[in-house]
Write a protein that binds this ligand. Structure first.
Ligand code: FES
Length: 86
């Protein structure tokens, strides 16, 4: 199972950008990987700090542990598609 953790902590979401990234990721992944989300191979969760605080909101993929600061939609889709083997 692949889990995308989206940080909505005090730094990442200081200007609402963490929650904006969460909403964008939910929409993009819902379009691209509906079956993986439906059958639980892909999950999206939030965290209050991923200890990678930067100027951009941070996400982390599990189990790989790869972290991305302010990833664009293409990066998210590519990385998660690769992790799912799709
Ligand atoms: S507040 Fe998001 S990584 Fe620390």
């Amino acid at each position: 199972m692949i889990r995308l953790l989206v940080c909505v902590g005090p730094r990442c979401d200081a200007e609402g950008r963490g929650r904006a990234l969460l909403a964008d990721a939910q929409a993009a992944l819902g379009e691209a990987f509906p079956q993986a989300l439906a059958d639980g191979r892909l999950k999206i969760s939030t965290r209050d700090c991923l200890r990678h605080c930067t100027r951009d909101p941070v996400v982390r993929l599990e189990p790989s542990g790869e972290a991305f600061a302010g990833p664009d939609r293409e990066t998210l889709l590519r990385e998660i598609g690769a992790a799912l083997g799709e």
